[in-house]
Design a binder for this molecule. Sequence first.
Ligand code: CP
Length: 302
Amino acid sequence: HDHITSARQLSREDIETVLDRASELAADPSAVADRHEGALLGLLFFEPSTRTKMSFSAAMKRLGGDIVDMGPVDSSSVKKGESLADTVRVVEGYADALVLRHPSEGAAQMASKFVDVPLINAGDGAGQHPTQTLLDLYTIRENAGLDDVSIGIMGDLKYGRTVHSLAHALTNFDVSQHFISPESLQLPRKVRYDLHQEGSAVKEHTDLDAILPSLDVLYVTRIQRERFPDESEYREVAGEYQIDTESLSVAKEDLSVMHPLPRVDEIAYDVDETAKANYFEQAHNGVPVRMALLDLLLGGAQ
Ligand code: CP
């Protein structure tokens, strides 16, 4: 079985297969309404989630299947000291595929070694979030296209797993990537190195204004407060790189503003009313994209 643990394992062909299927399903979700009747998706969320958990649940139900949910860590046997390896070995007996979110980087990769059913990484610490990347790519393709575009990725590039996943996946396309952050939150050295190895010229900036007029997409991220070892370090960068309609006035008319959400204060609410705001559409795209992925992994695609 295929496990989906990192965006780095996805080729351009893999990505396009999922996105094309998602486009078909978005146009006609009823075509697969009972495709996976009786199939169960196991949800193992060791960290909070709204979008990923609920859109996976919605996707599985729209395919005719259902979910089994471990629920909050505090009411599970993790509280009694059960290991992740044991937990996934047990739950694979209850479900046809597993979705795992965990605070430790590498957790999904490790857990996948213990199970035979497909295991999907729904976020591992500051590591990877590959299904977020698929819905991000779907949204970029819908609004700006995936060839000959310039994409700015801004905010917490150090701890942001959506950034680490997306940056790798974008090396499959003719995309110019610009990374905008305070110096203390630049890409980790390892991610920068891997991107170089994958042929991407990593262009880093501390000033959004200088690069904003050339961008087709601006992907804004939240400062990942929960990952800072020291709260005072968080306070030093909190509130940096906020955008509003005024700061966006120098941008291209058809700039697409994206954000994996949740936002705190990075995007002012006045941006929501503009045609540039694509972040709620982005969150909604999680359903057809995860339907497409589950359909392919569960062997139902025709
Ligand atoms: N974008 C995202 O992963 O959101 P949640 O943490 O709410 O799942």
